[in-house]
Design a protein around this ligand. Structure first.
Ligand code: HEC
Ligand SMILES: [Cu+2]
Length: 492
């Protein structure tokens, strides 16, 4: 009896293997069929990851399982928020399916949720995009099916009353319906989602923050972030690539209010699928406008190593509300594409330039002697002049991040004003300005984990700017000399 059973099950296994092999053989090549075959579970990923491209060339039945949960989490360092989520994180999991797939969607609302939730997938043709049939009480599951007949990149979000509150609390994500023919292969695909948070406290106020209906109605967010929190795409969480690689970003913007001016500093997008549709609508684009409740796909190749800053180019949102991310590119420098700084010459203002035009000798003198700079030239070597020269350097470079008052930006740029870190070690500070700094650093009891690029300044300029900083903002009044800087530049 037992033997018979084993033989029968062997036969079943062998025949299903043969069927599977035949299926792979017949589906692995040739035209895309429209016949729905097979059943599979969707491969879901959390941002910034994207599930791999789908290899089959026929539609299937795809089962998607997502659980709605309410979780307390980090909005910024020291700042907490009670997020409402798809899958426990903001944004929700990335869903990747194929054109023609029949999706059986299971929406589970965690029994510990306080309110019902639902899902409106913009990829669905039907009332409420699924919302009407997916209103789900805590501790219940709703199941519905839809055919993914429109390829493209789509938003999904909760659509339970009050809808704006469910969205503002974090209930959104992206679903990509891959077109029949797929997309061209690239080296990296990433998932980036922009959103706003409206809190009763100000930007950076610590502790658990409440939702502010007032600010939401005024469309005046406290936070604008990529992937759910300040810093979710920077420091250790930065996107990565190597020189010469191609990158595709699936970018969504839920709002709930603002249109994003999506931009990567130092990158030109080779191709843009505007609004997340299926055609390349433009090539060679600087900034992509992404409406609230919309998406875009951008593709580009990275050619020069370094750290690229991802921003909403409505730029106060980036530097003052959190909408910054980073793409770190490693590899060799290609001087043909980007020279780096080629020279640093003196400029005395256009009036003097005109005078120098009549005197070619003195013009050469000036440009060939970079040591003859403001901070060190004979008329300018008193401490007052050095500080004045340092102030100029500060207000043309450092202020952009550390802010004009030196107080920095909470969670992003550490303060130089009364910075225990700065005041403790002059040589370390020189090293930071010379070589940049990344990784965790604790300033006045607050943790930062970001990247400061190396500043291409002369020894004089570094001596001047640090002397200025040490003599300003309530700092310890140290003086930094050119010799101290050059010693550290030359490895002591
Ligand atoms: C592009 C933004 C940016 C610019 C420009 C910049 N910094 Fe920074 N700086 C940072 C960041 C970010 C950190 C923290 C790095 C980390 O987390 O490891 C930092 C850290 C520091 C620190 C150590 C931490 C502290 O607060 O004491 C010093 C000192 C410093 N910067 C000085 C300067 C000076 C001087 C200049 C101008 C010459 C300058 N920085 C320009 C972004 C910048
Ligand atoms: Cu909800």
């Amino acid at each position: 009896m037992e033997k018979k059973k084993i033989i029968i099950s062997l036969i079943i296994i062998l025949s299903s293997l043969a069927a599977a092999a035949a299926a792979i053989y017949f589906s692995g090549c040739g035209e895309y069929s429209n016949k729905v075959e097979g059943v599979e579970y969707a491969n879901l990923t959390y941002a910034p990851d994207v599930p791999p491209a789908i290899q089959r060339n026929h539609p299937s039945k795809v089962i998607v399982n997502i659980e709605t949960m309410q979780v307390e989490g980090r909005l910024a360092d020291g700042v907490k928020y009670n997020f409402w989520t798809f899958g426990g994180r903001v944004p929700g999991e990335f869903i990747r399916i194929k054109e023609g797939d029949v999706v059986e969607f299971h929406l589970d609302n965690s029994p510990i949720c306080s309110v019902p939730h639902s899902i409106d997938l913009h990829a669905v043709s039907g009332p409420g995009g699924g919302a009407a049939v997916s209103q789900t009480l805590p501790g219940h599951e709703s199941v519905f099916s839809f055919k993914a007949d429109h390829p493209g990149l789509f938003i999904y979000h909760c659509a339970t009353q009050p809808v704006p509150l469910h969205i503002a609390n974090g209930m959104y994500g992206l679903i990509y319906v891959e077109p029949k023919d797929g997309l061209s292969p690239v080296d990296h695909e990433y998932y980036v989602m922009q959103s706003e948070f409206y809190t009763t406290g100000n930007y950076g106020d610590s502790g658990l923050q409440e939702f502010s209906l007032d600010k939401a109605l005024q469309e005046n967010p406290t936070y604008v972030v990529f992937n759910g929190s300040v810093g979710a795409l920077s420091g250790d969480n930065a996107l990565h690539a190597k020189v010469g690689e191609t990158i595709r970003l699936f970018v969504g913007n839920i709002g709930p209010n603002l249109t994003s001016s999506f931009h990567i500093i130092g990158v030109v997008f080779d191709k843009v699928y505007l609004f997340g549709g299926t055609n390349v609508t433009q090539e060679n684009v600087q900034t992509v406008s992404i409406p609230a409740g919309g998406a875009a796909i951008v593709e580009f190749k990275v050619k020069v190593p370094g750290t690229y800053t991802i921003v909403d180019h409505s730029i106060f949102r980036a530097f003052n509300k959190g909408a910054v991310g980073m793409l770190k590119v490693t590899g060799d420098y290609n001087k043909e594409i980007f020279s780096g700084k080629q020279s640093d010459n003196l400029f005395y203002g256009s009036d003097l330039d005109k005078k120098l035009e009549n005197n070619p000798d003195s013009q050469q003198d000036v440009s060939e002697n970079p040591a003859n700079s403001e901070a060190s030239n004979e008329n300018a070597n008193s401490i007052v002049d050095i500080i004045a020269a340092g102030k100029k350097v500060f207000s043309s470079t450092c202020f952009a991040c550390h802010q004009p008052d030196g107080k920095g930006v909470p969670n992003i740029f550490p303060p130089l004003a009364q910075s225990n870190f700065l005041n403790a070690d002059k040589e370390r500070a020189i090293g930071i300005v010379l070589h940049g700094k990344s990784g965790p650093v604790n300033v006045n009891g607050k943790q930062f984990n970001n990247t400061m690029p190396a500043q291409s300044l002369s020894d004089d300029q570094i001596a001047a700017v640090l002397t200025y900083v040490y003599h300003s903002f309530g700092n310890s009044g140290k003086t930094v000399t050119k010799d101290e800087v050059s010693k550290i530049r030359n490895g002591k």
